[in-house]
Design a protein. Structure first.
Length: 256
């Protein structure tokens, strides 16, 4: 099974870092968040990736072109113009990098990589969010219900701390209260290739007409995920993910 990852957006809400690199290349624990997402899929045996590039896509191409340098110890012999790579261990990944246009919307990016997907169901997600989703169970759920699309549904906590008031008196403070109970799109889709026919062109947002049409046609199912999930939309989110990683208890780290 293949996994398609959106990695082409401008990342304007985290411009403190995205002015230098695409958002999926912003690092958590010294590795791009894109790497973390790929490690999640790889844990469940999905090692064939199609990455949709756009804004500063060359940064992602250069990262994978020099992956040995990023992940291994090396010796450069300047007199012989040679490089020796030590401890040559890398993940068993096959990575297809596709320039899907700098201004293309999410649906249009997916449409542009259709030729790389074949005829089997595939995974599809955003390049800026991590979760402890059981990808194996998600795929099994998709295959069992037999419909065209599955979205992982999550219930995010409230973003700000809450005061519990008794009149004007503060009785307690809750740092991360529960949200309003609504289920939202958490990414981590499993899709049949037929859904791409619902995307009309580059300016189609996947989250708009294609998903709404699938819902109207009763072809979209939700896989509820009650565990950890967080998108990296802002510098605050990035710092929070970094803090979680440095604690040594990152919930999304499902690999050894």
């Amino acid at each position: 099974m293949k996994a398609v990852i959106l990695a082409g957006g401008l990342g304007t809400r985290i411009s403190e870092e995205s002015h230098l690199k695409p958002k999926p290349m912003i690092e958590i624990g010294g590795r791009p968040i894109l790497w973390h997402i790929m490690k999640i899929y790889s844990r469940y045996g999905i090692n064939d990736f199609v990455i949709c590039l756009g804004y500063k896509g060359y940064v992602i191409k250069e990262y994978f072109a020099n992956y040995f340098l990023h992940m291994s110890d090396v010796t450069f012999d300047m007199s012989k113009n040679e490089m020796e790579v030590h401890q040559r261990y890398v993940e068993p990944w096959r990575v297809t990098l596709v320039d899907t246009g700098e201004n293309t919307l999410t649906g249009g990016r997916l449409r542009r990589v259709r030729q790389h997907l074949g005829d089997q169901p595939f995974c599809f997600t955003y390049g800026d969010g991590v979760a402890d989703v059981d990808i194996g169970a998600l795929v099994d759920f998709h295959r069992a219900h037999g419909k065209a699309a599955t979205v992982t549904a999550i219930q995010p906590p409230g973003r700000y701390g809450a005061l519990n008031l008794d009149g004007h008196a503060v009785r307690s403070f809750q740092e991360k209260p529960a949200g309003d109970g609504a289920w939202i799109n958490g990414g981590f889709f499993v899709l049949d290739p037929s859904v791409i026919d619902l995307i009309s062109g580059d300016q189609t947002s996947w989250e708009a007409e294609p998903l709404m049409q699938l819902a109207r046609d009763d072809r979209l199912m939700a896989y509820p995920h009650a565990g950890f999930w967080q998108a990296m939309d802002t510098l605050r989110d990035k710092n929070q993910l970094e803090e979680i990683w440095q604690s040594g208890r990152a919930p999304w780290k499902c690999w050894e």
